[in-house]
Design a protein around this ligand. Sequence first.
Ligand SMILES: Cc1cc2nc3c(=O)[nH]c(=O)nc-3n(C[C@H](O)[C@H](O)[C@H](O)COP(=O)(O)OP(=O)(O)OC[C@H]3O[C@@H](n4cnc5c(N)ncnc54)[C@H](O)[C@@H]3O)c2cc1C
Length: 379
Amino acid sequence: MYDVLVAGAGMAGCVAARAAAEKGKRVLLVEKRPQIGGNCYDCYDSYGVLIHPYGPHIFHTDREEVREFLSRFTGWKDFRHKVVARTGEGLIPVPFNLNTLHQVFGPEAERMERKLTEIFGEGSKVSILTLMKQDDPDLQRIGEYVYQNIYLKYTMKQWGKKPEELDPSVTSRVPVRIARDDGYFTNRYQGLPADGFTPMFQNMVQHPLITVWVNTAMEDVAEVRENRIWLQGEPFEGQVIFTGALDEFFGCRYGRLPYRTLEFEFLHQDVPDYQGHSVVNYTVSEKFTRITEFKHLTGQECPGTTICREYPKDYKGTEGEIPYYVIENEENRRLYSRYLQEAQKIQGVHVLGRLAEYKYYDMDAIAERALQLIRQLIS
Ligand SMILES: Cc1cc2nc3c(=O)[nH]c(=O)nc-3n(C[C@H](O)[C@H](O)[C@H](O)COP(=O)(O)OP(=O)(O)OC[C@H]3O[C@@H](n4cnc5c(N)ncnc54)[C@H](O)[C@@H]3O)c2cc1C
């Protein structure tokens, strides 16, 4: 009955399903959660506020093909994302830029700005490691400030690490922008789907050749026997696109792939505005890493407001826990490649997405990969 079986209805699975259906293939899309959209799913809470239950998502891209593809299923609300960090100097714009410099260093900032632009050039980006290595004490101070007040404690919370365990190559990449630009992203297109992410995905899978089964894990309907997939007891001859966690698919037989997960604490406040910003990072204090206030993100007008605090922690694989962030290191890549080798032995199986590829992807990057994979499989 089906030519393509897609497991997981996040960005990867929905884009792949639609692209395959448009090439005339009959697609079965199975999703273990009660709804589609993966981590980009949004919905209204009991107070009528549009929230992102799996963390705040903003679409940003320079990829024309992806933007065009998604625009067939949604209009857009332009939104230039800005993030501030709560430090001893109040709320400061991040990434650190010339506006931040003036707010933090007051009258000294003019002299510092002159040095930054003379040495590195206006509009450039310089890493904090480069700044800390300069002979000039002003430039060292800037690097040190960013390291201590924006990077260090936030990163320790995010990854559950001690400072000495943090990879110096990552530290070296934390940028200071020599520009008066508070934008968090620099992409050409930035925004949110006009009616939310979920309607965009619903429109995408609305196709006569796509069948969607929610509350259905791949394991519920398919199994591996003799290095091929059997779908509901019958050998499956088509292509299988798997976007779930590969270790879990193989019963974690070589051990669990490590991830960081997030605990979200949603709170509704009977005030029109809680923090004046969509996202405030807590880079020096508190156990949570950030607070999102959704109405500033979505532009929704409503009397009250819903906020969300994020607490990162280790993923243990317990019921209901979601693996969010891949922990990239050599040991984990080695473990992942054992699972990948198992998957590659199965006829017609392809891995796609942040879980199945054990790799962080932004939405646009994974949408592009999904389009490419379908082109490659169905010429
Ligand atoms: C907190 C957070 C914030 C983010 N913010 C942004 C942002 O602002 N902008 C941006 O571009 N990107 C952002 N991202 C990245 C974005 O979430 C990913 O690019 C995107 O979700 C990847 O889509 P995916 O389909 O690979 O994975 P997912 O969205 O995780 O979808 C995978 C789906 O597969 C299902 N599934 C898993 N196993 C099975 C199985 N065995 N059978 C059936 N179904 C299964 C899952 O339930 C899930 O629905 C953010 C990520 C996080 C963690």
